[in-house]
Design a protein around this ligand. Sequence first.
Ligand code: SAM
Length: 212
Amino acid sequence: MLSQELQNYIDSLIQPRNGLLAEMEEYAHQNGVPIMEPSGIETMLQLLRIQQPEAVLEVGTAIGYSALRMAFALPQTKIVTLERDQERFTLAVDYIKRADMQQQIIQISGDALELEEEVASHAPFDAIFIDAAKGQYKRFFEMYSRYLKPGGMIITDNVLFKGLVYNQEADSRRLRSLVKKIDEFNRWLTANQEYDTVILPIGDGIAVSKKR
Ligand SMILES: C[S@@+](CC[C@H](N)C(=O)[O-])C[C@H]1O[C@@H](n2cnc3c(N)ncnc32)[C@H](O)[C@@H]1O
């Protein structure tokens, strides 16, 4: 990934957020909620601005930070977002209401692996953002990629997982098993002939896959 020095420089050029978004970043920081890293989210938003999707599916809402960032950046885009943690889901409802974005962001509560039918009623999607349980990435991808339009884009976050996938030995068995799953997902995804995929060493590592 980028050296810390380079990452700090790039981060220093990202314009600070204010108001509700700054409050959400502070909440996430104080409460250990893993929202997307600044350079990662800026990259994703820029790809989406270029693509101008009509509809985006997000797997992993947390407190609604990335959903709101997407909605603000893409005022014409419908965002459908899934979250299984009830406390985070409720916080996201509050933040999205405070931003007055309930019309644009459709929140669905539950385990993404059990929501296919409900999600299908909002399909098709031009873009899918996978940012939930890392050990399940392949399952999320397989379940929801069938609702992606031809030429659509799937963005998967954390595919370099703090560098653990390529240069360090994780220090617990649980972490080692997770790292192995992410590495297997990366190999499967980059070899998948239905998509062109590139892995960007930005934030925690982002895979950008375009459906052929
Ligand atoms: C990294 S956070 C999402 C951050 C958010 N996308 C952002 O950047 O603001 C991952 C979230 O996915 C949720 N999650 C994990 N596995 C899930 C699943 N199977 N179904 C739905 N949500 C899931 C977790 O509860 C957590 O809140």
